[in-house]
Write a protein that binds this ligand. Structure first.
Ligand SMILES: [Zn+2]
Length: 192
């Protein structure tokens, strides 16, 4: 596949609301994300997404792949296996990509990745995207997961893992005060 088909401009829904521009710093190691070749993930928790209600960002961050991977490795082996099994059973990324490739880009976030349905009127969900510097990927990412489906995933994670995720969250909230505020409002489920 041609490079230009894989990478696009970062859509504004994946910009940082705090910056009102694309994310520029890894939340963990602070490296500059907009340099070419830096691969990173964006996660935002939203309310009112795709509904009549005003769109609200509950929390948002971008994390470089190296930091995301070391974060993932803090989860217990059992939790990682449970999560992987859940994804394997519920999602066919290859099929999804084939069916979305010729459609408008908004379609990628229209249905919950797990439930395969539109959001209810609350529009509560998390969206995930993958970037390389200033470019945005359309392959396995981006996707949207409804708050309901996230609750189901969290049920698969052991109590021990929840503690580990809580530590991660506390780490993140030692960052900018605006972010801390968002986390406190959010009741956040971090990284699945
Ligand atoms: Zn990092």
């Amino acid at each position: 596949m041609e490079e230009k088909e894989i990478w696009s401009e970062i859509p504004p829904i994946f910009w940082s609301d705090l910056l009102n521009s694309p994310f520029n710093k890894c939340i963990q190691c602070s490296r500059n994300l907009l340099e070419p070749g830096v691969i990173y993930l964006i996660e935002k928790a939203l309310k009112g997404f795709g509904s009549e209600k005003p769109l609200q960002t509950i929390f948002e961050y971008a994390i470089c792949l190296a930091c995301a991977e070391s974060m993932r490795m803090t989860l217990s082996v059992e939790s990682r296996a449970n999560i992987e099994e859940f994804y394997r059973k519920n999602i066919d990324f290859k099929l999804r990509k084939e069916s979305l490739t010729d459609k408008p880009k908004e379609e990628w976030l229209k249905e919950c990745l797990i439930k395969k349905t539109s959001l209810d009127e609350s529009g509560e969900c998390q969206i995930y995207g993958l970037c390389n510097g200033e470019y945005f990927s359309y392959q396995d990412f981006p996707y949207m997961i409804s708050a309901k489906a996230l609750d189901e995933v969290v049920d698969l994670i052991s109590a021990k893992t929840m503690d580990e995720l809580e530590d991660f969250k506390n780490n993140l909230t030692s960052g900018p005060p605006e972010l801390k505020e968002l986390f406190e409002k959010g009741g956040v489920r971090v990284l699945i």
